[in-house]
Design a protein around this ligand. Structure first.
Ligand code: GLP
Length: 249
């Protein structure tokens, strides 16, 4: 696993944006999966801006949303659906057949997961995943205790995820389950980047580095990936010891 530490959130986001743009230039039909949330927001805005500025052709890319709050309608500004349409899909003019988001209102969760797994397979697998980390070490809605060999699935949310998740919503919102791309997909993805910024993530990042790979701390799966990188700003890396990262990126 590679580790890169950047001065601040802006530098970190710029580096992620460059990786995404370079991938699309190299592989015009790239298959990309992103987490939504506060951490990747600036990276998404920056890569979209670069694509538009440099007039890069994105008509062949495929874009997957990592997860969704079950029961939250797409028009709710706190939904992952809303985030991706607002920040990426609409600005880039991506068409319906290029984008894959879970239907949070489905009455058949198993079928919804199966559709996502089939779409990833039909796209030829994921080239790049950019994920965040929850305060409890989750990736997407792969909460502590998740089986690492799960493909897409639905999981009951941790109390901390339900409470922390309120930050995305204008009014108090009932959250109980998440539908998510699974960690087996992450393992099978060609390149995976986990990003974290800010002091509030320092503790869980330290635990991710210190602990052995275990399903109670899903982010530890990053250590098993053949092409995985954890990219942090200084604040998120502040509890790591010097030998846990190479600051000279
Ligand atoms: C959320 C999402 C994840 C996200 C994580 C961190 O609950 N399910 O996909 O990566 O928690 O979010 P943030 O970047 O807002 O801290």
């Amino acid at each position: 696993m590679n580790v890169k530490v950047f001065t601040d959130y802006e530098e970190l986001s710029e580096a992620v944006a460059t990786i995404v743009v370079d991938l699309i230039k190299r592989t015009p039909n790239a298959v990309i999966c992103f987490a939504s949330g506060h951490t990747p927001l600036l990276a998404c805005q920056l890569f979209v801006a670069k694509i538009l500025r440099e007039k890069i052709d994105v008509s062949a890319i495929r874009f997957f949303s990592l997860d969704e709050w079950v029961g939250v309608p797409p028009e709710n500004q706190g939904s992952c659906h809303h985030f991706f349409y607002d920040v990426i899909f609409n600005p880039l003019g991506l068409t319906k057949n290029q984008v894959y988001v879970f239907d949070a209102l489905t009455n058949n969760e198993a079928d919804e997961c199966k559709k996502m797994d089939e779409a990833i397979a039909a796209a030829g697998g994921l080239d790049l995943m950019v994920v965040g980390i929850g305060m409890n070490g989750h990736i997407g809605f792969n909460e502590p205790g998740v089986a690492f060999d799960n493909y897409s699935h639905v999981m009951a949310l941790d109390k901390s995820t339900i409470e922390g998740g309120q930050k995305y919503f204008e009014t108090n919102t009932i959250l109980s389950k998440g539908i998510t791309i699974g960690l087996q997909h992450l393992i099978e993805t060609k390149q995976v980047i986990m990003i974290a910024n800010g002091d509030k993530k320092a503790e869980i990042i330290k635990r991710t580095f210190d602990e052995t790979v275990n399903e109670q701390l899903p982010a530890t799966i990053m250590k098993t990936h053949k092409n995985g990188t954890i990219m942090l700003d200084k604040a998120a890396a502040s509890l790591l010891s010097a030998n846990q990262f190479d600051a000279s990126h």
